[in-house]
Design a protein around this ligand. Structure first.
Ligand code: GUN
Length: 283
């Protein structure tokens, strides 16, 4: 069993990004990321903090717009319009989830597709599903980057993804499909989950339910990618996989923390650099 060490790879990516930022600075450009955080969700606050710190480490300019839970949708849309027009901002990210009274789709669609570093706009989503270049959502992008770094072949593999969200499961399925893997997307209405997971050469789990995946659900020698993240009552951070019992059965497995999480942040930084380079091209 080998650990897929996302923490170390993310550090290497950050070092490369730092160099790229130095280069862009010489061209007169400082890559800029605007993050919008609505409300006081502690998990969201923590993610936004981590993103801002990563920007700082790599020399990317970042600004966080904190908005109250009861913000009117119109104000949120106005802020996005302002950021779309701001020439110093290359990437715009609205931290999800948004409060119930806000139409998330309308907000995501308001972001200019060339600044959509989260890749959640239907324009970029459509491009991924058409196997065209565009912004790829950070978590699925981080998963594929991590597997490729370890030279894990994807073509022809049976990939089972548990969790079919717009943010992770669906785009991750598209990325694996683009790599010529055979994909199965499981979700809460899937019957007999174990029947699917046991067939997986590569099992990706993005549900947010500790110990959802037990040893009996995993094929001998499988590659397990744990995308879930939960905080237990004692403060411990865990994934969706019963790591201590599953790891001996796998050929590769991601730890939580230190697996997919850091790769998500690194991928967001990569997307921000990509957006900054679009700014140069647009000049
Ligand atoms: N909420 C959970 N994951 C994400 C993410 O990758 N981006 C944003 N914007 N919100 C999230």
């Amino acid at each position: 069993m080998q650990i897929l060490d996302g923490k170390t790879l993310a550090q290497d990516i950050e070092n490369a990004i730092y160099q790229e930022v130095q280069f862009l600075n010489k061209e007169g450009i400082t890559p800029g990321l605007a993050v919008i955080l609505v409300g006081n969700n502690p998990a969201s606050q923590s993610y936004v903090n981590m993103k801002a710190k990563a920007c700082k480490r790599t020399g990317i300019y970042s600004i966080t717009h904190e908005m109250p839970e009861n913000i009117q949708q119109e104000s949120l849309l106005q802020t996005i319009t302002m950021l779309n027009q701001n020439p110093n901002i290359d990437g715009i990210l609205v931290q999800l989830p948004l409060p119930k009274h806000i139409d998330t789709t309308a907000v995501l669609e308001a972001i200019a597709p060339h600044k959509d570093v989260d890749g959640f706009h239907p324009f970029n989503m459509g491009r991924i599903f058409s196997n065209l270049d565009g912004f790829i959502p950070a978590t699925p992008m981080g998963v594929i980057t991590l597997l490729k770094h370890y030279n894990i072949p994807l073509q022809g593999k049976n990939v089972v993804i548990v969790g079919a969200s717009n943010i992770v499961g669906k785009p991750l399925g598209a990325l694996f499909l683009n790599e010529n893997a055979t994909i199965t997307l499981c979700h809460i209405y899937t019957k007999d989950l174990i029947r699917h997971t046991k067939e997986a050469d590569i099992l990706c789990v993005a549900v947010g339910k500790p110990n959802l995946i037990t040893q009996d659900m995993v094929k001998e020698g499988a590659i397990v990618v744990d995308i879930g993240i939960s905080k237990l009552d004692d403060g411990k951070i865990v994934g969706d996989v019963d790591f201590s019992n599953v790891f001996s059965k796998c050929s590769f497995i991601t730890p939580v923390p230190g697996g997919v999480g850091p790769m998500t942040i690194a991928s967001l930084l990569q997307n921000t650099i990509k957006a900054a380079k679009l700014r140069i091209k647009g000049k």
